[in-house]
Ligand binder design. Structure first.
Ligand SMILES: [Zn+2]
Length: 413
């Protein structure tokens, strides 16, 4: 074959691929992150959005996807998940009493949790704690295109209290060492368990000191990474805010001064209220001891009241499901709580789109339907600005980076 012929074949293939990779999608309307665009046509080229046009025409000879029955919203972002916590529901096991698995097996199985998140319209997750680097491996396999799953921003293993550890005398030095190690291992974020609390345990006793938190935040920031601090109770939350964490997770019973500082420092608050509702509903699945449901219900109430107070004080809040095990798929139920505390449907939707994109530092490529952004698009049956439950129950079709990753448009027709 001559050089010219080789060139022509290559050129032809390139043209063919470009044509195949361009799609026009027609929607009844698009909520782009800020406003409604009626009779919209979104043109997608490869993994990005090329244009969004009101009453738009489909460009000639381009593959068209007709979703004119549906409303499109940006692919959603869940700011707090545990995608590597996998449970297959095998008889005789509970989510927390399963046989040990090698990390490679966990990575493969975790795709099922990721698929459920995608089907719930979640195309990006921030995953906050995993063992053995499973989250880092999963993130990389998804980014390579080897696995299908949501885009992941991960923390590796969360850091726990540094006191009372054998051989550790300087806890601040130990905190700095562990922060550097988790970043070195490939984590995007640093997660700190600043208090007790988790599963049926709703105590919130501070376990990481202010000095340790401050050292972690300074070390991470110096390396260009951000920090999420878990605190179930008010003391850890107060010190997390003082120390300048980037996001605060859970946090009940915060005092007015802590909330005021959180607002002033623009620290993101991820209250994860619905997570404990999920535990109430699954108390028997987990075989929680007697009294667990009552403790959880009391915690939910305090969690909700704290979040409501923070919201009305001007806190920047985000949807975080804290999804684990069979909780995947329920990722966006937090929106109901946000609307209940006074957010408009549009404000609530922003806590799962444009705002978490900003939290991740990805506001120029995620969380909106606009030219140049990743083609992460969710089709809903109904109008989410009228009824927020539409987002939770009526996801019909999901595109991530230009690829259709969930399609229920043919069901029940
Ligand atoms: Zn969590």
């Amino acid at each position: 074959m001559t050089r010219l012929a080789t060139f022509s074949v290559t050129l032809l293939l390139a043209v063919f691929n470009a044509a195949a990779a361009t799609k026009a999608i027609k929607f009844k309307q698009v909520w782009d992150g800020h406003r409604i665009i009626s009779n919209a046509v979104i043109v997608v080229e490869n993994d990005r959005i090329r244009s969004v046009t009101e009453n738009g025409a489909v460009p000639p000879s381009v593959q068209t996807i007709d979703l004119t029955r549906y409303t499109a919203i940006p692919g959603m972002i869940d700011a707090h998940t545990h995608v590597t916590y996998y449970w297959d529901g095998a008889p005789g096991t509970t989510p927390r009493r399963q046989g040990r698995r090698h990390v490679a097996v966990t990575v493969v199985l975790s795709q099922r949790n990721g698929q459920k998140a995608l089907e719930a319209g979640v195309t990006t997750i921030r995953d906050l704690n995993a063992t053995g680097g499973a989250d880092i491996d999963l993130r990389d396999l998804i980014n390579m295109g080897a696995f299908v799953g949501p885009r992941m921003f991960v923390s590796g293993a969360g850091l726990h209290g540094f006191a009372n550890r054998p051989g550790v005398t300087d806890t601040v030095a130990e905190a700095i060492k562990q922060t550097k190690a988790v970043i070195e291992s490939g984590a995007d974020w640093v997660k700190v368990f600043g208090s007790t609390g988790g599963f049926d345990n709703v105590t919130g006793d501070q376990t990481v000191s202010y000095e340790e938190m401050k050292a972690i935040v300074e070390t991470a920031h110096a390396a260009g990474h951000k920090v999420a601090i878990h605190s179930y109770g008010p003391a850890g939350a107060r010190d997390a805010i003082r120390a300048g964490a980037d996001t605060l997770e859970h946090a009940t019973d915060m005092d007015d001064e802590t909330i005021a500082q959180m607002v002033q420092k623009k620290i993101w608050y991820v209250p994860t209220i619905d997570h404990n509702q999920y535990y109430v509903e699954n108390a028997d699945v987990y075989k929680f001891p007697a009294g667990a449901k009552e403790n959880l219900t009391d915690y939910i109430h305090r969690n909700y009241e704290t979040a409501k107070k923070a919201y009305h004080a001007g806190a920047r809040m985000l949807v975080g499901s804290d999804a684990v095990y069979n909780g995947f798929g329920l990722n966006m139920r937090e929106l109901t709580w946000f609307v209940k505390m006074g957010m408009s449907n549009e404000q609530a939707l922003q806590t799962a789109t444009v705002l978490p994109a900003e939290m991740l530092g990805m506001e120029k490529s995620l969380g909106s339907i606009a030219p140049g952004y990743f083609a992460d698009i969710v089709a809903l049956d109904g109008d989410p600005l009228v009824d927020i439950e539409v987002v939770i129950k009526n996801v019909r079709w999901v595109m991530k980076g230009g690829e259709v990753v969930a399609d229920k448009t043919m069901l029940g027709r």
